[in-house]
Design a protein around this ligand. Structure first.
Ligand code: PLP
Length: 555
């Protein structure tokens, strides 16, 4: 394809893409193809001679689109959204055009510098404490990764090495063999923690690192959130077994129900846990920067709720203890809501609680109008990432890196190469502006409240189990006193809800996902998609109600 052919093909493709968006409702939300459908219509090997773009493009409509599930459809109410927008698509296009494996600053200074700036903008917008900023008091900063799963693994690697560095004698102070023994023994005792409701990525990261994993129990009584007493109980178990908790994922919006762990209580419990641990060496540079720096966003985010005393000024360098638990906040989906002050104010323990933690992650590609993938990870001290993940080869060396003048993001992540993800994030932040982003978030929340209101009007048919919260309501059908053929109310509610879930999805008109909460089969209904309007939610509700009333009659 030469330049002229590309010009024509690209322009036609843009028209094609816009047509797709404008007609997206004509498709069944979930693909209706059977497994293996594509092998039946594609040749069994690549063509020997190159084919024309026209020929290739025709196959998009006939062979690819039928196999798509339309995540951008306004009738997609499943999982969490994955919202594409035109500025973000343009970001992808430019990123593809400028492509490179931009692992060092010198590999494309704009790739590194824009990422640092955009993540500082976003940290301010989310109301994170100044310790998460690249210019903050503790050498923090943000990096874009592919997914929240990558982010939690990256944070856990840094946390593991921090724990080992802080709790073992320094490698030179004992002989090599002894050090190796101590290291291996300590590693075998490490345990990562998360709540029973937190996403499987924390457990998976622990599995990849070969450390233990323990779940802090949750229950409907506390809305499936991690509580202080439950965490305390697990820490006591660890102590009794000689295990060493070094990492904890605190969830801001769990996958099943969007529960938010009690951030203030987690801070308190962990402060007590490490009360007798030695203070980590005071960093003179950080202390000086603390004195010189203000807040991240100049608002009073740090003022609501109470948090632990040694982090009383949330925007200053907290006093760190050697061997304390690295708390990572998984805000993969719901973190985007923090662009609104009301969501910041709703955090249990307040935004100030994050001042005591070590890392924070949210996916712009889940709820902030940015194409997959755009997972943002901030740390309060980037040196822990660099200590754990730097790998040196002569070929990476250059005067800027050697002089310590620049950020080389290869040392903040697992892969070496990296793409220009921040471009699309920058386009979105600029094109929507803060007000546009806030309006989008609030729209999703309002639609969910409307949906939940309609469910409540039909208490004889539906029961809300959680929400509406962060544009997610989890509900089920009621089971009453049970069925004529002897099923009790719980069994009947499960049977009915499962049927409802299967039948509305089979219609192809909408797509919802399910979960099971304390044995109760439930439907998750998410209203945050960009193209979803209240009329779509109403039509979905009517389909759900009509189907549910029929099921009630039949069971
Ligand atoms: N954390 C939460 C709360 C999630 O809901 C999900 C996925 O839905 C993840 C993490 C993992 O996301 P990713 O696909 O970015 O790894």
């Amino acid at each position: 394809m030469d330049s002229q052919e590309f010009r024509e093909a690209a322009k036609a493709s843009i028209d094609h893409i816009v047509d797709y968006y404008e007609n997206i409702e004509s498709h069944s939300v979930v693909s209706q193809v059977e497994p293996g459908y594509l092998r039946q219509v594609l040749p069994s090997s690549a063509p020997q001679d190159g084919e024309s773009w026209d020929l290739i493009r025709r196959d998009i409509d006939t062979k690819i689109v039928p196999g798509l599930t339309h995540w951008q459809s306004p009738n997609f109410f499943a999982f969490f959204p994955c919202p594409a927008t035109y500025p973000s698509i343009l970001g992808e296009l430019y990123s593809a055009a400028f492509t490179g494996a931009c692992f060092n600053w010198i590999c494309s200074p704009a790739v590194t510098e824009l990422e640092t700036i955009v993540l500082d903008w976003l940290a301010q917008l989310l109301g994170l404490p100044a310790t998460y900023l690249s210019s903050g008091p503790t050498r923090g900063g943000g990096v874009m990764q592919g997914t929240a799963s990558e982010a939690v693994l990256t944070a856990m690697v840094a946390a593991r090495d921090k724990y080992l560095a802080e709790t073992l004698p320094s490698p030179g102070s004992v002989d090599e063999e002894e050090y190796e023994e101590l290291l291996m023994h300590q590693r075998s005792k490490l345990v990562a923690l998360g709540s029973a409701a937190c996403h499987s990525s924390t457990k998976k990261a622990a599995k990849i690192l070969g450390v233990r994993y323990l779940a802090v129990p949750t229950s409907s009584k506390a809305g499936f959130a991690m509580t202080g007493p439950a965490l305390q109980g697990v820490l006591q178990t660890c102590k009794a077994k000689g295990l060493k908790p070094f990492f904890l994922t605190a969830a801001l919006g769990t996958t099943d129900t969007c529960a938010v762990d009690d951030m203030g209580a987690i801070g308190h419990v962990l402060e007590q846990w490490s009360a007798d641990f030695p203070v980590a060496a005071v960093d003179a540079a950080a202390a000086a920067a603390t004195a010189a720096n203000g807040t991240a966003n100049g608002t009073a985010n740090g003022t609501n709720g109470d948090s632990n005393a040694r982090n009383s000024d949330v925007n200053s360098a907290p006093i760190r203890k050697k061997g304390e638990v690295w708390v990572h906040v998984d805000a993969a989906y719901a973190g985007s809501a923090l662009v609104t002050p009301e969501a910041q104010q709703a955090i249990p323990g307040g935004m100030r609680a994050f001042g005591a933690f070590y890392s924070f992650n949210m996916n712009m590609h889940k709820w902030l109008l940015t194409n997959f993938d755009a997972s943002c990870l901030w740390v309060t001290d980037r040196r822990w990432l660099e200590a754990a993940l730097s790998a040196e080869l002569h070929v990476y060396r250059n005067a800027y890196s050697d002089g310590g003048l620049v950020t080389d993001y290869r040392n903040w992540q697992i892969p070496l190469g990296r793409r220009f993800r921040s471009l699309k994030a920058w386009f979105v932040l600029r094109n929507y502006g803060v007000k546009g982003l806030q309006a989008y978030i609030r729209g999703g929340v309002a639609r969910c409240e409307a949906f939940a209101g309609w469910l409540r009007e039909k208490e004889d048919v539906f029961e809300i189990l959680t929400g509406p919260v962060y544009a997610l309501t989890v509900f089920r059908m009621v089971g009453g006193g049970g069925s004529k053929d002897g099923k009790d109310g719980e069994e009947l509610a499960n049977e009915r809800t499962k049927r409802l879930y299967e039948e509305v999805n089979a219609s192809g008109r909408i797509w919802v996902t399910s979960t099971v909460l304390e044995g109760k089969f439930a439907i998750r209904f998410m209203t945050a998609n960009r193209l979803t309007e209240e009329s779509h939610v109403r039509a979905a509700y009517e389909l759900i109600l009509e189907t549910a009333e029929r099921i009630m009659k039949e069971t």
